[in-house]
Design a protein around this ligand. Structure first.
Ligand SMILES: [Fe+2]
Length: 242
């Protein structure tokens, strides 16, 4: 199973992902924004399945164009449902409300090992999605606490937007002494932001993502709130205004 990432160079800084099978010519397109930019990335594979994380306009923009191609079909997976791209390549849908009520993330497994997560607008590199367009910060808190924070492994995340640098700069305002955040800012700032990208994994997120740091007990309770939920929601509202 291979993950192809494409940056769309649009103002919302969308990423699109295609998963290709190592054992067939099948592929899965996630949240197609512009298939004219992503179809040419296929070499030995054909456009085959469609999966969406949620229904915001930048995530379903080219659904109908994709489904108009011959041999394509939509997949609709409910929470906990599994889809086998081949006997050893599996995608599992995980219900992750918060950014919107009907958000789904897709966990990618190869030989039963978690290889990565298509996180949509739920987890970004060094941040999380906002709740301004149909979301709920309490649900988002529970999603991060229950579905993502328990994963300690170095599992890569594949988010729908490149907000890394601005998320890191915000994270630095919340936890100014965190040297890891400063090191990532330094590294990302030196790159060509529209042509070079950094992917984080969940291990990184535990160190640099202010919404994961809530559970590490690094924030001053007197200043930020008396429990994890309160602190998480305070950081979410600070990020909205930042
Ligand atoms: Fe969204």
């Amino acid at each position: 199973m291979q993950v192809i990432q494409k940056f769309l160079k649009n103002p919302l800084r969308n990423f699109n992902y295609i998963i290709t099978s190592d054992h067939s010519s099948d592929s899965i397109f996630f949240d197609p924004f512009d298939i004219n930019q992503t179809i040419p990335l296929l070499k030995d594979h054909k456009p085959r399945y469609l999966l969406n994380t949620h229904h915001h306009p930048d995530h379903i923009r080219h659904n109908s164009e994709f489904l108009a191609l011959s041999g394509t079909e939509p997949l609709k997976l409910k929470d906990d449902e599994e889809f086998y791209l081949s006997p050893n390549e599996m995608i599992k849908a995980v219900y992750t409300p918060g950014h919107v009520h009907d958000h789904i993330c897709y966990f990618l497994y190869e030989n039963k090992k978690l290889m990565g997560i298509i996180t949509g607008d739920t987890v970004f590199n060094a941040g999380v999605g906002n709740c301004k367009n149909g979301g709920d910060p309490d649900q988002l808190f529970e999603t991060i606490r229950d579905k993502f924070h328990p994963i300690e492994d170095k599992v890569p995340i594949y988010p729908s937007h490149d907000y890394l640098l601005s998320n890191l700069k915000f994270a630095n305002t919340i936890e100014p002494d965190n040297k890891e955040i400063l090191a990532w800012i330094e590294r990302r700032s030196q790159m060509d932001l529209d042509n070079e990208f950094l992917n984080t994994n969940l291990g990184d997120e535990h160190n640099i993502n202010p919404f994961f740091r809530v559970f590490a007990g690094v924030y001053d309770q007197a200043e930020m709130g008396s429990n994890h939920r309160e602190i998480f929601k305070l950081i979410r509202s600070k990020r909205d205004k930042w």
